[in-house]
Design a binder for this molecule. Structure first.
Ligand code: MEV
Length: 370
């Protein structure tokens, strides 16, 4: 059995896709996967069980590898001309997509090490998760890494962190198109991470950071509902906007980048002033709004928080359009207030959920080998 945490981006989303830094934290919600031989599963097959999604399927081991390699080819085609349409063509459908891709990539990793994938027994792979899906909590990275880790552990493979990071990045690409890779890093490493762009666009250097508890404790995570568009669609739409209006989009990305860097500096202070953090969260959110990833009803919530003396920003990709009925649909909103105990009492948050989620916690790990 392996498990992995969800994540929340404290600052730097979207800009990080273009090589700016980000601050990202694992959270204390986890996905868990087991992979075990099962007598009631036919030899050479895998029974994938996703009870949270009310889904189960029986597949041949070979089919899993074929699915993953078809997904890889579709992604390669998409990456030659990334956009909203090519993303929609690339994305796999079906509740088992992430798990099957993760299994297929894990099988490739076993094969690269000279191990076999032919099973003399059937295998049951079961996944469960307390991470809400499609909100920006990195649920796909958590599911993908726990499934891959459970499969690798069963095959007797103990991957290096680099290997696992590369594997998970592939899974994330099949799900999100062109992810920055910070979700994968946060989920694998755990804790709070600073992602500093490495020279010459060669990815990121990750550094564990300690956020003063006095500051971290003033944040609350609010669920504003599932965004109308997936992370991949929103990231693709921003890319298209940047091609059409490079100056405006780069200015917005620059505001996010600068606020994120200043926030990092603030964390280095012995006793950061909450008011300074409030100002930086507001600046970051203005950049995200200028990018067009914060629908109107979510902006209204943010303005209401600001009138109370706090600040709020979306965490994750946000959304392009508002939901017509029901909650605003902007995914996660991080709310910061010098007196955080007031947050749950605000009437304007009555229709959304203030979650009981704490940043930090361990990264992906194998929990148990039977
Ligand atoms: C996803 O959690 C956040 C984005 O920055 C995309 C990414 O980093 O891959 C919007």
């Amino acid at each position: 059995m392996a498990s992995a945490p969800g994540k929340t981006i404290l600052m730097g989303e979207h800009a990080v896709v273009y090589g700016a830094p980000a601050l990202v934290a694992a959270v204390d919600l986890r996905a868990r996967a087991t992979a075990a031989a099962a007598d009631d599963v036919p030899t050479g097959k895998i029974r994938l069980e996703l009870p949270d999604l009310d889904h189960a399927e029986l597949v041949r081991t070979g089919e899993v590898r074929e699915y993953a390699s078809r997904a890889r080819r579709r992604w390669e085609e998409f990456s030659r001309s990334p956009g909203r349409e090519s993303f929609a063509r690339m994305r796999g459908e079906g509740p088992g997509h992430v798990s099957v891709v993760a299994l297929g990539e894990a099988m490739e990793a076993v094969a690269r090490r000279g191990g076999g994938t032919d099973e003399d027994r059937g295998v049951r792979v079961a996944v469960s998760s307390d991470i809400p899906i499609g909100r920006g909590f990195g649920s796909s990275a958590a599911v993908g890494s726990s499934v891959a880790l459970a499969w690798l552990a069963r095959a007797g493979v103990d991957p290096t962190r680099d290997e696992l990071e590369r594997l998970l990045l592939e899974v994330e690409r099949r799900q999100h198109g062109q992810p920055s890779g910070v979700d994968a890093a946060a989920v694998l490493r755990g804790g709070v991470l600073w992602a500093e762009p490495a020279p010459e666009g060669t990815g990121f250097r990750f550094e564990s950071v300690t956020v003063p508890p006095d500051l971290l404790g003033r944040f609350r995570v609010v669920d504003t509902g599932v965004p109308a568009e997936s992370t991949g669609e929103v990231v693709s739409a921003v890319r298209e906007r940047r091609e059409r209006s490079p100056e405006a989009v780069d200015a917005a990305l620059g505001r996010i980048r600068d606020a994120t860097r200043e926030f990092r500096r603030l964390l280095g202070e012995a006793a950061p002033e909450p008011a300074d953090a409030v100002e930086l969260v507001r600046r970051c959110q203005r950049g995200l709004e200028a990018l067009g990833v914060v629908p109107e009803p979510v902006r209204e919530l943010v303005r209401a928080v600001e009138r109370e003396g706090g600040a709020a920003k979306i965490s994750g990709a946000g959304a392009l359009t508002a939901e017509q009925d029901g909650p605003p649909g902007g995914g996660l909103l991080l709310v910061l207030h010098p007196e955080p105990e007031r947050i749950r009492g605000w009437s304007f948050l009555a229709d959304v959920e203030v979650l009981d989620v704490r940043p930090g916690g361990p990264g992906a790990r194998v929990e148990e080998i039977a």
